[in-house]
Ligand binder design. Sequence first.
Ligand code: DX5
Ligand code: ZN
Length: 226
Amino acid sequence: MNHLIAPSLLAADFSKMESQIEIINKSEADWLHLDIMDGVFVPNISFGLPIIKSLRPHIDKPFDVHLMIVEPDKYITDFKNAGADLLNVHYEACTHLHRTIDAIKKEGMQAGVTLNPHTPIFLLEEIIKEVDLVLLMSVNPGFGGQKFIENTFKKLSELRNLIEKKGSRALIQVDGGVTIANAQQLINAGADVLVAGSAVFNAPNPIQAVKELKHFLPEPPLSAIK
Ligand code: DX5
Ligand code: ZN
């Protein structure tokens, strides 16, 4: 499948919401990534349900909601009602992950599980067939604009193997430090969905930045490399 691009609203200019909405709608973005931070699970607070609810009628793309909160089970129905299409919960925040994934799906949303950089892939063995997406954090969650952690490439290949071994249909999403410089390498390594905050909204032309993330040039054939 062609890879998907999910710009992260966290890096947008909140004083110019109308123009940011226009950028999202006019660009080739496939999804909108919404980072919800509670100041407990991560050392930062972002935005919450009212923002998602007020944006929903103005954006015609799926809402990919990344919950960086403790006790996500309490808010599953609220995020559904606010307009989430896909709900990502952190492995590290869920004591009863199977129950949480089930509850998300029962609400009619796609269910994603997110791994922090230190959390190994093998912990997903018993849940991989139940989830629609696995989000690999390629920075420590909490802030935009951080440097990409190179070990993500190793985790990408382990996750790809696990998905194949178990016959799972989960998509692989990568979030944090994604740029036009590493996008192609991430897709070649097995990513299906790239989240990009600063690489989109801090670019001089965000619509063009999405285009570049979406249609990077294919790798040159080996014969062309001197
Ligand atoms: C970090 C968030 C990311 C963040 C990515 O906790 O989950 O989605 O917005 O920002 P960049 O692309 O700037 O690293
Ligand atoms: Zn995120």
